[in-house]
Design a protein around this ligand. Structure first.
Ligand code: GDP
Ligand code: MG
Length: 592
């Protein structure tokens, strides 16, 4: 393939503006997928992705249109996966920017535009959903002008009805530059995703920046200097279709017997062993988890099953980490690291669905840096492992730059929420007459609690949130311990800011009183800092047996009641003589 006939592009959009639907229409229109095989949102492959309407992994598909080879790379659409998105964009020369004609420019739209500019992409604005009665393309055009995009370049479309799909495809060919690539240079292939298959091993999704690659070549991964022999190269049609050779400018896959996705990470450069490139492609980062929580099987005998499940999930996910952990309260489990809360939820859900596991999950924590008085520096992501306060010289926590995009009328409420969550105001900008972007510096630990939900509810769903890690800074933090029936439950310990510690202690004891069921005896719940009790609540003893309600007569009702209790028990963990339900471990997340 001549590079003049290749176009590599992605579709970027704020969530729900129609990215997946537009991709579907483009595949249909070009007969890349026959009607029979057409499933809604072909590119979102995983069940979970379809149900949640989000893309978790990058996908690629080659479209043949007017004698051109158009490679569409679909990127994940969530802040947790910002690095993956940046690597996908690095594989493209252009981007279709989809904007909902009724909603207009949103936070993610802006974030996407900045990303596109950063990667020097040619942007084709598409105003989608013009079929909607509330569509207001003229207003969107005004917004485009305000953010520096020529409104005359915008294509009005309806992905739903298939309106102007041909115009969009033509624009991809006419406006997006062909890749500039030297086919005779040493190989440089950018890995923009990788995927593990139990038969073929790791499948690397690549954009060939320079050179070419074919079967039997000896390739070299530049970050770790590991080499492999190529078994197969090909393209996504959208199914994997083998091909003789991938050459400069093209997008496709390489299979080479790599057994572990951690050896083929997103952003790495693949070259050839015999004729290596002088330097790797820029931008490679080994992404690190930012959010950690403990995963414990409800039933201790499921430990091995959980371990195997985690190993399997990790095969496909180089950014997910886990290591064994023991809790006095919960027994044997794992401390797992995630990119963010969505990533955490996705992994939990997969463990429960695909492996049928019942889990107790502790509240997510960030990684703290602790400098001890003796000079030791510790990195701790499990609050239970915090050293004695008397030994601590200072604690540093991760901060983020948060951007909130919202209608002007909710600015007051959003600012109040940020302040309540230790946010430090940085900037406020008007995008147009009634839309505002607020910037705050905030501790990551506050963002990963209930912040996003609260923001949504205070702004009637209109606000959106983006954040990026800024770095570590000193904070006045303390460990808040919880004692249930006089026993310290290590898995309930959390790190809080000293100024809020009484309030948090009060809230937690009250909340735990609500979620921990009554027992035959009185159960005191106490919150403590460094051994000093700061709050207390009592769960009174149970008065009567639930079965007495059934008057001994109705057997089926009695059975139902017992079964209901059993269901409820599933997610209970026996700690000492007290049963603690899953919600208790998440109580800190829902704080008011
Ligand atoms: P994504 O999150 O950007 O991938 O958005 P989707 O493609 O999943 O679309 C979000 C919702 O908008 C879905 O319910 C689509 O059916 C709907 N949608 C997408 N394009 C159009 C359009 O052109 N017109 C209308 N009326 N609805 C659309
Ligand atoms: Mg989508």
């Amino acid at each position: 393939m001549q590079t003049e006939e290749i176009r590599n592009f992605c579709i970027i959009a704020h969530i729900d503006h129609g990215k997946s639907t537009l991709a579907d229409r483009m595949l249909e229109y070009t007969d890349t997928i026959t009607d029979r095989k057409m499933q809604k949102q072909v590119l979102d492959k995983m069940d979970l992705e379809r149900e949640r309407g989000i893309t978790i992994k990058a996908q690629a598909v080659t479209i043949n249109y007017r004698d051109y080879e158009l490679n569409l790379i679909d990127t994940p659409g969530h802040v947790d996966f910002a690095y993956e998105v940046s690597r996908s964009l690095a594989a493209c020369e252009g981007a279709i920017l989809v904007i909902d004609a009724a909603q207009g420019v949103e936070a993610q739209t802006m974030a996407n535009i900045y990303l596109a500019l950063e990667h020097d992409l040619e942007v084709i604005p598409v105003i989608n959903k013009i079929d909607l009665p509330a569509a207001n393309p003229d207003r969107v055009k005004e917004q485009l002008l305000e953010i520096g995009i020529d409104p005359d370049e915008a294509i009005l479309a309806s992905a739903k009805n298939g309106t102007n799909i041909d115009k969009i495809l033509d624009a991809v060919i006419e406006r997006i530059p062909a890749p500039q690539a030297g086919a005779d240079q040493p190989l440089k292939a950018l890995v923009f995703d990788s995927f593990y298959d139990s038969y073929q091993g790791v499948i690397a999704y690549v954009r060939i920046m320079e050179g070419s690659v074919k079967k039997d070549d000896n390739i070299l991964l530049m970050s770790n200097q590991k080499s492999y022999q190529v078994d197969e190269v090909g393209y996504f049609g959208p199914d994997m279709t083998p091909k003789k050779e991938l050459t400069a400018g093209e997008v496709g896959y390489i299979i080479s017997g790599i057994k572990d996705v951690r050896n083929c990470r997103v952003g790495d450069t693949i070259t050839k062993k015999e004729r290596p490139a002088a330097a790797a492609l820029p931008g490679y980062q080994k992404v690190k988890p930012m959010v950690f929580s403990g995963l414990y099987p409800t039933d201790n005998s499921d430990y091995e099953v959980l371990k195997e499940a985690l190993e399997k999930l990790q095969l496909n996910d180089a950014s997910f980490t886990f290591e064994p952990e023991t809790s006095e309260a919960l027994g044997f489990g794992f401390r797992c690291g995630f990119l963010g809360l969505l990533h955490m939820e996705v992994i939990q859900e997969r463990l429960e669905r695909e492996y049928d596991l019942d889990l107790v999950i502790t509240a997510p924590s960030v990684e703290y840096n602790i400098v001890k008085k003796n000079g030791d520096v510790l990195k701790i992501e499990n609050p239970a492992l915090f050293p004695d306060p008397a030994e601590i010289a200072e604690i540093k926590e991760p901060f983020v730059n948060a951007e909130i995009h919202l209608p002007e009328e909710y600015v007051g409420q959003a600012m109040e929420l940020c302040q309540d969550n230790r946010g430090e105001f940085a900037d406020m900008q008007y995008i147009d007459q009634d839309r505002v972007t607020l910037s705050y510096k905030m501790p990551l630990s506050e963002i990963i609690t209930d912040f996003f939900n609260q923001l949504k509810s205070r702004t009637r769903g209109y606000a959106t949130l983006d954040y990026e890690l800024k770095g570590y800074e000193k904070s006045n933090l303390v460990k808040l311990d919880i004692l249930v029936n006089g026993e310290l439950v290590d898995a309930l310990s959390t790190i809080v800011h000293d100024d809020n510690s009484y309030q948090e202690g009060n809230y937690l004891t009250r909340r735990l009183k609500e979620v921990i069921p009554r027992h035959m005896f009185k159960v005191p719940i106490q919150a403590a800092i460094g051994g000093k009790i700061i709050a207390r609540a009592n769960i009174p003893a149970m008065r009567k047996n639930v079965l007495q309600k059934c008057y001994g007569g109705d057997i089926t009702r009695k059975r139902k009641l017992l079964e209901k209790q059993k269901e409820g028990k599933k997610r209970m963990k026996q700690v000492g003589s007290v049963e603690i339900p899953q919600e208790a471990f998440m109580a800190i997340l829902e704080r008011e």
